[in-house]
Design a protein around this ligand. Structure first.
Ligand SMILES: [Zn+2]
Length: 329
């Protein structure tokens, strides 16, 4: 089996354009792929091939200034690219028959799938994928779950000899990082369900033409996550613990299915452009590490709540007393 180390660059649209396109497609399109870069590795993780193609976008046809500055891909270069159906076919030929993708972080394959979907291209050959960032964190014992490629390279003493944010260069450096890791061991211990979305549901997405929610009170309709069932058997799940309010209006709840075990349900509130809200639910299998950090954070939140309610109860008295015992000159 070969490994295909994959990296993508994608173009973004300015807000109004993105809105119009998404409404027309009735689907979210966070970005449009403009470069596919890949390095092929043999079983010993030695490089045995490379691939790079510039893709001409179909919807977000104007290069975003930020993307151009970051990637060095100009309007002219992008316009000279090939359309995605053709690029996908040639990339698939490069990948061959027996392969698994390695990516740095979890974003590239979902982005590629989003692009394939709006072009009605088959995505079933994109499913075998391992996130190297996860394997790296496991094997270096790092606390931080999302180490950047640059930081991983620096930690391993790999010199950045080519410009970053070129899909082929980034894939090449990712391949050098892979060479330093125990990939077979990482894959053997890899639980693809952990951290991966098993199910997601967005409600109230006014940006794609649905009716948005007008305020927080609407979230109460979903309290207890009544709309959420086990992604495997569709049975109702039990709520294991309280909901944890996280940064960025995310709400995390540990739930469980009698048959399929513990899962995290994340509810994330986002603003639609018309200032209503949408709610995105997603479910992932709960790994031990994340369960323990969830429990710690819940306990911290509880402690904080207790402490602040005590502070509010009698802040004044304590201060006065302290003052009265202070030495008087
Ligand atoms: Zn179940």
């Amino acid at each position: 089996m070969n490994y295909i180390v994959l990296d993508l660059e994608w173009n973004q649209a300015y807000m109004q354009k993105a809105m119009a396109v998404q409404k027309r497609l009735c689907a979210r399109l966070r970005g449009e792929v403009i470069q596919i870069g890949a390095v092929k590795l043999d079983e010993r993780l030695d490089i045995c091939g490379s691939y790079s193609i510039i893709v001409k976008p179909k919807y977000f046809t104007k290069i975003h200034r930020h993307v151009m500055l970051l990637t060095g891909i100009t309007q002219q270069k992008m316009d000279a690219g090939v359309l995605l159906p053709e690029a996908a076919e040639s990339f698939r030929r490069f990948c061959g028959e027996d392969f698994a993708f390695l990516t740095w972080g979890p974003d590239d394959i979902p982005m590629l799938k989003e692009n394939f979907n709006v072009n009605s291209l088959s995505t079933d050959w994109l499913d075998r994928v391992y996130d190297l960032q996860t394997i790296y964190s496991q094997q270096t014992g790092g606390e931080k779950r999302q180490v950047s490629l640059e930081d991983a390279m620096a930690a391993l003493g790999i010199e950045q000899t080519l410009p970053a944010h070129d899909a082929l260069n980034d894939a090449y450096f990712t391949a050098l990082v892979a060479k330093r890791l125990d990939i077979a061991g990482g894959i053997a211990r890899y639980n693809p369900n952990i951290g991966k979305s098993l199910f997601s549901l967005t409600l109230g997405d006014a940006d794609v033409g649905e009716r948005g929610y007008t305020g927080f009170s609407s979230l109460n309709d979903f309290e207890g996550h009544g709309v959420i069932s086990c992604p495997f058997c569709k049975k109702k799940m039990a709520q294991d613990d309280k909901t944890l309010h996280m940064k960025g209006q995310r709400y995390l709840t540990l739930m469980s299915c009698a048959e399929h075990g513990k899962m995290f349900v994340t509810a994330r509130l986002s603003h639609n452009m018309d200032s209503t809200y949408r709610i995105k639910f997603s479910i992932e299998a709960a790994g031990d590490e994340k369960i323990s950090s969830y429990k710690t954070k819940l306990a911290e939140a509880e402690q904080y709540r207790k402490a602040s309610s005590q502070r509010h109860r009698r802040p004044y008295k304590r201060k006065r007393k302290a003052e009265s015992t202070a030495p008087v000159k």
